[in-house]
Design a protein around this ligand. Structure first.
Ligand code: R5P
Length: 294
């Protein structure tokens, strides 16, 4: 079965790189928005009997991005595609991973239900699995969590030296990246304690001290959204007089001027994976997906 890749509106950058790395054909895809906000999608070539791989990061504009993916998947199926897979490098709504208070939607589950209805399989990077332990708990089709850890480890090893670098996870949940990456590359690490008071307000405390003096410190987290977590972590770390503070994240949402706030808090450089297109993208994850398509 021949595989063809289509990069949807938020997936063009990743799709181009994926098609190159996997040696698959590119599917011509045309998208536009009507003046009233409705979406129009169209495939420019035949998909009958093919494995159609739709690449769509579900940020920015997660709601539009979801509808676009839904329309593209249903259209490919309607045109006779043999298999339709979604690559959602960033899978949205995953932080709403339980009913936190009465009457609330369990959005992660509902979005997984919708996607399971229109694709045969899905791949996502580091989809914020905290209270939900596996995508199979919420998806009824094959859904795979891909890891960014080895690509980040390679980047860290190229750019930083083991002798004078330490890695920090800004909260307990981040230890699945920060601690594991630090262990993989043999760097010292610590995980901070975070208390959240609202969408934009957090307090971060250092509970286990490291030898910070003259060290490069890398904060590693999965998502950077408002930047509040990284800003508070950077401020706490800088009180300990390291040489410089850096940040690496998997998903650079960076809303409400987050990057500017992070730089103002004294972070020297900010690096991200290309799950969401952004000027800070330095770590290409398309090779991880290419291996899965082989
Ligand atoms: C939370 O569990 C995540 O891992 C991130 O730490 C969080 O989403 C970051 O959000 P913000 O940048 O708004 O502090």
């Amino acid at each position: 079965m021949k595989t063809v890749v289509a990069g949807l509106s938020n997936g063009k950058h990743f799709g181009v790189s994926l098609a190159k790395k996997s040696g698959t054909g590119k599917l011509k895809y045309i998208f536009r928005k009507f003046p009233d906000g409705e979406l129009h999608i169209k495939f420019g070539s035949q998909v009958k009997g093919r494995h159609v791989v739709l690449v769509q990061s579900l940020f920015p504009n997660p709601n539009d991005a979801l509808v676009e993916l839904f329309l593209a998947a249903r259209t490919a199926r309607g045109m006779g595609a043999k298999r339709v897979s979604a690559i959602t490098p960033y899978l949205c709504y995953m932080r709403q991973d339980k009913v936190f208070s009465f009457g609330e939607s369990f959005s992660a589950k509902e979005i997984a239900w919708l996607l399971s209805k229109c694709v045969d399989g899905l791949f996502a990077f580091e989809p914020h699995l905290h209270r939900i332990r596996s995508l199979s708990e919420i998806f009824s089709v094959e859904a795979k969590n891909l890891s960014a850890r080895s690509a980040i480890s390679d980047f860290v090893l190229k750019k930083f030296s083991r002798d004078n670098t330490v890695i920090v996870g800004p909260d307990r949940e981040s230890s699945q990246w920060a601690k594991k990456i630090a262990d993989a590359v043999g760097f010292d690490s610590t995980v901070l304690e975070k208390t959240r008071f609202g969408d934009r307000k957090v307090r971060v405390k250092v509970t286990t001290e490291l030898d910070w003096k003259n060290k490069d410190v890398i904060i590693i987290d999965d998502i950077v959204s408002t930047g509040g977590t990284v800003v508070q972590a950077a401020k706490e770390i800088r009180k300990r007089k390291p040489r410089a503070v850096y940040c690496i994240c998997v998903h650079p949402l960076l809303v409400e001027g987050a990057l500017e706030k992070i730089m103002k808090a004294g972070v020297k450089e900010f690096f991200s994976c290309n799950t969401i297109e952004h000027k800070s993208n330095c770590i290409d994850l398309s090779g991880v997906v290419a291996k899965e398509l082989k």
